[in-house]
Design a protein around this ligand. Structure first.
Ligand SMILES: [Ca+2]
Length: 293
């Protein structure tokens, strides 16, 4: 997202207030929020089976990342497990690229027309890379191996906010799309039409807004929460957050390169449960292992 620092602060405050909902304070990640009770729902009206728990991670290795990439989408290639496909945002600077995750070397890049702001990417089972755009309501398609444009497969879409942020898929006919709100939209992967939408909440009923980059992970969805250092793990049937992984100490804000924006980008590695994560214009990427996996 291209947004001013002031706007970012307003939206961050909005997120903090949006996760409120009881008459006391609650810790999400390491953010303590005061809440007013206006949106509280008793746990038993949503689900008694899922309770939101914390989560942690183990750092496996640290890698280089291109500070010119305003990371929006991240997914591993299906052709070579050392390659990650990344989309970089901003108007006039957007591109989609194939990167050696261990060195950060960009091995292939396709520029995006300046009228589009690149957002999340999903690599389909048949090798097509789909890329959302921020406000253009257009999903662009590429060959996932060559990054050649597939204009014949591009399509228009609509969401709640009218924006596109993150996208992933379950490999069983469903795509999952975020739009910056607390909703995730389920699309038919063939017709690209909406099947249903789910509101994402903690088990105590607190809505989680600003859902950003997504990743399919063991039947759940992992999501960056915009401008925070947490990744939430979402049950795809109920929308309830099962775990909140706090990555605040992975790359503390005071230590980041000056170009760095926020944590964004989650890609599950091939042949491993480990994740590769990074951030917008971060000079580093990280291989991590979630706990619980
Ligand atoms: Ca992803």
């Amino acid at each position: 997202m291209a947004i001013s620092i002031f706007g970012s602060l307003l939206l961050l405050l909005g997120w903090i207030s949006s996760i409120g909902g009881s008459s006391s304070s609650e810790r999400i990640g390491e953010t303590t929020v005061s809440v007013d009770g206006t949106s509280s729902k008793p746990i038993d009206t949503i689900s008694s089976a899922i309770v939101t728990n914390g989560g942690s991670y183990k750092l496996i290795s640290t890698h280089s990342h291109d500070i010119n990439s305003f990371t929006q989408g991240l997914v591993f290639s299906s052709h070579d497990e050392s390659l990650v496909i990344e989309s970089a945002g901003l108007y006039g600077k957007s591109d989609v690229r194939i990167v050696k995750y261990d060195t950060g070397e960009v091995v292939k890049k396709t520029a995006i027309d300046g009228k589009y702001f690149a957002e999340g990417v999903h690599l389909s089972e048949d090798g097509v890379l789909y890329m959302l755009t921020w406000k253009e309501r257009t999903c662009l398609a590429f060959d996932g191996a060559t990054l050649e444009k597939r204009e014949d497969l591009s399509f228009k879409y609509q969401t709640h906010t009218g924006e596109g942020w993150g996208i992933t898929g379950d490999g069983e006919g469903n795509l999952y799309v975020s739009d910056g709100s607390n909703f995730i939209f389920v699309w038919d992967s063939v017709t690209k039409t909406e099947l249903r939408r789910m509101e994402v909440r903690t088990s105590q009923g607190r809505p989680v807004r600003f859902l950003n980059e997504l990743e399919w992970y063991h039947g759940d969805i992992l999501a960056n929460v915009w401008y925070s250092d947490v990744i939430v793990r979402i049950d795809v049937e109920t929308g309830i957050v099962k775990h909140i992984y706090d990555l605040k100490k992975l790359y503390p804000k005071k230590d980041r390169n000056e170009e760095a924006d926020c944590l964004n980008g989650i890609a599950k590695m091939k042949g491993s449960d480990d994740l590769f994560v990074t951030g917008k214009q971060f000079n580093k990427g990280f291989r991590i292992r979630l706990d619980p996996e």
